[in-house]
Design a binder for this molecule. Sequence first.
Ligand code: FNR
Length: 302
Amino acid sequence: MTQLLTLDDYETAARERVPHSVYEFMAAGAADENTLRWNREAFARIKLRPRVLEDVAEIDTRITLFGRTYAHPIFLAPVAYQRTMHDEGEAAAARGANGAVFVVSTASNCPIEEIASAATGPIWLQIYLQNDRELSRDLVRRAEAAGCEAFALTVDTPVLGTRNRQQRSGFKIPPHVPTPHLDDVGRARLSADSNERGPITWKDFQWLRGITSLPILLKGILTGDDAARAIDEGAAGVMVSNHGARNLDTVPATIDALPEVVERVEGRVPILFDGGVRRGTDIVKAIAFGASAVLIGRPYVY
Ligand code: FNR
């Protein structure tokens, strides 16, 4: 039995426990996995500059975001198909969130209502717009009725990434695992070897803004230009993310992209951050660079 001391230890333990193709689905990055490696390496390259003899007897990790106070700046990123990894799927993750925001994926296996009633912290919903917009409208309504507090519109997935490692493993969404928020087109689009497209544009963001008054963050911003446009278009926040390096290989490590975004956002909206966060020092670095909070994806699923 692996001793579970670090988040990487959970990965090792998970690999021993779940079917090989499911592990590959979780762990894989896109193409040659350069960005997957960089997400971690870039953190390791940034050196801390310690100051001594500061009074650290009292430490306060609390943050305030959209009017709510959180005990710490660590949230749970949306991860699809969690019942491939555990029978209770997203409901169990929501229960374990323990006060942290749990961002529910559109491609969750548990219905949003079940997740919300299991939740021990606020629920946000990640949105993949469906080709049939009425389905998306219906999901937004259901999320609002279930008490969801914000939406994260994923903007980095007009097509699914080329995940060669996942393809090699033969991963398929098991037929017995439901995707209650996706129609057949949406399910096909997000399957392992799909070429289906679901392009979205700034117009679609405006459509979403038109059907809800909850805050909408744009998830998958990597440039200052897009961050500035997101604010002009009415985004309540941006999430600097490269989708855990699963979509487009050779985009920058998120911690390398963060300073450019911070510079253009100029404190006007909160900046959330994910990609390769595995240590407290990673979080210190992201916050020192200007993030309000970080999200973790793979580690909580492991
Ligand atoms: C994801 N991610 C993701 N993002 C999203 O917007 N919608 C989704 O359905 C999914 N699904 C998904 C499945 C799996 C297995 C993984 C690993 C990731 C991306 C996720 O929200 C987040 O951006 C990254 O996982 C963060 O990087 P780390 O913490 O995994 O390194």
